[in-house]
Design a protein around this ligand. Structure first.
Ligand code: FES
Length: 208
């Protein structure tokens, strides 16, 4: 949430409570994906950079494909105009979200090799790279949990050095996560993104 909203929530709680109730009520007939697509468009229309960085990944989490998000922005051209659309695309390029890279657009979900199972230490967190994405893997016996290194807040690529024991702290706004469960344990309110995984021919594979 922005500093301005935080301030208004404290200074005018009743008015802001009514505002949030209005937002909730006005979108209640919409499915989560549609709500997120509309929210992305409003962030572009008002040129709210923080909000756009925050809601692009939320739209993906809500099930929108990168193609649908791009089409939604382009389809709002009469309201947004070319300058705002370019503004949004510049931010999108700067964020370097793997799903939006040209080579991944329209590729759909695929399985990717991460590492040989024997090379992943039990009871520890292993950091690895695969097909242009970085991941944190927590192994507990025969169970493997694979998490995106991209922060669920604004998609910052959290580096390996940000890991202390099992606590991972995003360098941008200091959200904290427990890499054993992916839960957000400090400051923020969203868990790490977990990918489906499987073992095949001695290799740990994950799907995104
Ligand atoms: S991008 Fe804001 S805490 Fe990670």
């Amino acid at each position: 949430m922005s500093d301005a909203l935080n301030y208004l929530l404290k200074a005018r709680p009743e008015a802001m409570g009514a505002y949030f109730k209005f937002l909730k009520e006005s979108g209640k007939s919409l499915d989560p994906k549609t709500r997120m697509l509309i929210t992305v468009i409003t962030k572009v229309a008002t040129q709210t950079e923080k909000g756009l960085r925050q809601y692009l990944p939320r739209a993906l989490d809500a099930g929108a494909t990168p193609g649908e998000i791009l089409d939604a922005i382009l389809h709002a051209f009469p309201a947004l105009g070319l300058a705002r659309i370019f503004w949004a695309i510049d931010i999108l390029i700067d964020m370097d979200i793997p799903e939006f890279r040209a080579e991944n657009l329209g590729a759909g979900l695929r399985w990717h090799d991460l590492a040989a199972v024997d090379a992943i230490a039990d009871g520890k967190v292993t950091y690895c790279d695969s097909d242009g994405r970085s991941l944190f893997v927590y192994r507990s016996g025969d169970s493997f949990d694979v998490y995106d290194s991209r922060c669920p807040h604004q998609v910052t690529n959290i580096p390996h050095l940000a890991l202390e024991g099992f606590r991972l702290t995003c360098p941008k706004h200091h959200w904290e996560f427990d890499v054993r469960t992916g839960a957000c344990t400090g400051k923020g309110d969203r868990p790490m993104k977990r990918f489906e995984s499987k073992i095949e021919n001695g290799q740990l594979r994950a799907r995104w």
